[in-house]
Design a protein around this ligand. Structure first.
Ligand code: FES
Ligand SMILES: [Fe+2]
Length: 404
């Protein structure tokens, strides 16, 4: 075992997840490299939505650590993922974030690949050249409920248990048939775990999120890991009777959670007045005026909110030990028309502001943690149980990976 791995393992063994992590976990390039290799390059990661690659030849690209990745809809309607690196001399094949193409043609010397990855044309390579040996390198790809996932590992961890857990909750919302109305990508100068820790608590919400605090319940008994308020139970029972699975469910290893939660008071959407942002329901099958927010997370790459009128997905990708990219997408019914069924500013205002506020608090968190005098202190058992659940998962998951 390398020194970096051994060092991380001994610090993880010594760590008790009732306090924040020690400084190195948030700052060290060596630790970050171990996390890339043992988490980011081995776990299932959320990359985008089925509806972004709805038709043959539609593709999206993303960068996971050192790996450029390409996700494309092939001629059989299957969604496939490949390493976005030409088998000739390695050029990236697609550089746009989204596009449509009948075949994948490398811009450097025009080697051409079918949408299933087979190399079909390579000019003047000589008689002995064996085209079939130079197909694009595939990446594991799986889908559930309108969300596309990839895994860079040689052997992918089980995906089916997660799919079985969340599919019944997502099914009524018909996200496969939605449309991305808006997308935003920001960079937070903060370690990816600080971004997650911030996401897993609302201890900071009242003061930092004036827009979100109008509709999002900061109370841990509503939005926290042991959500059990009386309202929660009453609303949950009503939703279940409408065919909308709602109860809190955490996966056995603590990596994924799904639950449905009521918003504050009479609010039904994340808008400044709590009213729907979109006149047309997101799904033709979910027309009740108040279905709360379906919350789903899957460490380390995504958290999500599905409402009655729209859905918001968040994709987390690490850029370095102290930089994280966050991509947010707003999904609406595919036939909802901007300017008629919704106003884009009204739809995006709350989460654009919230993301920016979270970016600032995470960056300040990083700058303070960078100080040699920073010392981990206890989390609030009342407000930060969700954070403890995250760091507990992180500790156990990474120990598992480093010792297997
Ligand atoms: S690097 Fe792709 S064709 Fe040469
Ligand atoms: Fe926040």
């Amino acid at each position: 075992m390398t020194d970096a791995r051994q060092s991380m393992l001994s610090r993880l063994w010594a760590y008790r997840p009732t306090t924040a992590l020690a400084r190195d976990f948030y700052t060290s390039a060596a630790d970050y490299q171990v996390e890339l290799e043992h988490i980011w390059y081995r776990d299932w990661l959320f990359v985008g939505h089925d509806c972004e690659v709805a038709h043959t030849g539609d593709y999206l690209t993303l960068q996971v650590g050192e790996y450029p990745i390409l996700v494309v809809r092939d001629r059989d309607g299957e969604v496939r993922a490949f390493h976005n690196s030409c088998r000739h001399r390695g050029s990236r094949i697609c550089s746009a974030e989204h596009g449509t193409t009948p075949r994948l043609v490398c811009p450097y010397h025009q080697w051409s690949y079918r949408l299933n990855g087979e190399l079909i044309a390579a000019r003047d390579m000589g008689e002995d050249f064996q085209r079939e040996r130079y197909g694009l390198r595939p990446v594991h790809c799986a889908r559930v409920g309108g969300y596309i996932w990839i895994c860079l590992g040689a052997v992918a961890p089980d995906f089916d248990a997660f799919a079985r857990q969340v599919e019944p909750y997502l099914r009524p919302h018909h996200l496969q048939d939605a449309r991305v109305a808006f997308e935003s990508t920001i960079v937070e100068q903060a370690n990816w775990k600080l971004v997650w820790e911030n996401n897993r608590e609302c201890y900071h919400c009242a003061v930092n999120h004036p827009e979100l605090a109008r509709t999002f319940p900061a109370t841990p008994t509503v939005s926290g890991p042991a959500a059990q308020s009386a309202r929660m139970q009453a609303e949950g029972a009503r939703w279940e009777s409408l065919g909308l699975p709602s109860r809190y469910q955490l996966s056995a290893n603590g990596q994924a959670r799904i639950m449905r939660m009521p918003l504050l008071g009479a609010a039904v959407s994340y808008t400044m007045d709590g009213k729907p942002a979109v006149r047309r329901a997101l799904s033709d099958a979910v027309t009740d005026s108040n279905v709360g927010a379906l919350l789903m997370f899957n460490f380390p790459s995504t958290w999500n909110h599905v409402l009655g009128d729209h859905a918001i997905s968040f994709r987390v990708l690490p850029l370095g030990a102290t930089a994280t990219q966050l991509t947010t997408k707003w999904l609406v019914h595919k036939d909802a028309v901007e300017g008629v069924d919704y106003d884009l500013r009204n739809l995006t205002e709350v989460w654009l502001a919230t993301n920016d506020e979270d970016r600032r608090v995470c960056q300040e968190n990083q700058l303070g943690v960078n100080s040699p005098i920073y010392e981990p202190a206890p989390y609030s058992p009342v407000h930060e149980a969700g954070v403890m659940q995250f760091v507990d998962w992180y500790r156990n998951h990474l120990i598992g990976r480093l010792t297997s």
